[in-house]
Design a protein around this ligand. Structure first.
Ligand SMILES: [Zn+2]
Length: 150
């Protein structure tokens, strides 16, 4: 049983540590490992843009760098600076983050909690119109670049 409210709280907690001087759009994520541990992440911007890291990937990379590679759910919250909690908290993962999720998560069961009302979406069903490349597809179907053109 996933404690969605706790994950959302942890995502809001992580949001406070954002570094967003360019967009002022603050995102927090809380990733639940199969080990029961919660890994938090925030977005970290950079003047050169591409080194910017999303909150979701920050959480994933923290977890993976600590040895956890199986996950059950992630909560993502985000809004412009100054927006009150509960107003405009919706934040869906970007394509790059979905690609990272596809690498480590079961697309049919991994839960993405995308707002403060604890709405759950499944990576596979909601994002099936996008090409999320799995490791098997990359090796079987794709040229190196075709899988990354979302
Ligand atoms: Zn992202």
């Amino acid at each position: 049983m996933i404690d969605k409210k706790l994950l959302i709280e942890k995502a809001f907690e992580a949001q406070k540590f954002c570094y967003t001087p360019y967009s002022n759009f603050n995102v927090g994520a809380a990733l639940l490992g199969a080990n029961g541990k919660i890994y938090q992440g925030c977005n970290i911007e950079n003047a050169a843009y591409t080194p910017t890291n999303c909150a979701e990937r920050t959480a994933f990379f923290k977890a993976i760098s600590e040895g956890q590679k199986e996950f059950t759910a992630i909560a993502v919250v985000g809004n412009k600076e100054g927006v009150k909690q509960g107003e405009g908290d919706f934040c869906a993962p970007c394509a790059v983050c979905r690609q990272v999720m596809a690498e480590f998560c079961d697309l049919k069961t991994f839960k993405v909690i995308i707002d403060s009302l604890a709405t759950v979406i499944y990576l596979f069903s909601v994002f099936s119109s996008f090409h999320i490349a799995t490791h098997a597809q990359i090796t079987a179907e794709c040229t190196p670049w075709s899988c990354y053109s979302f």
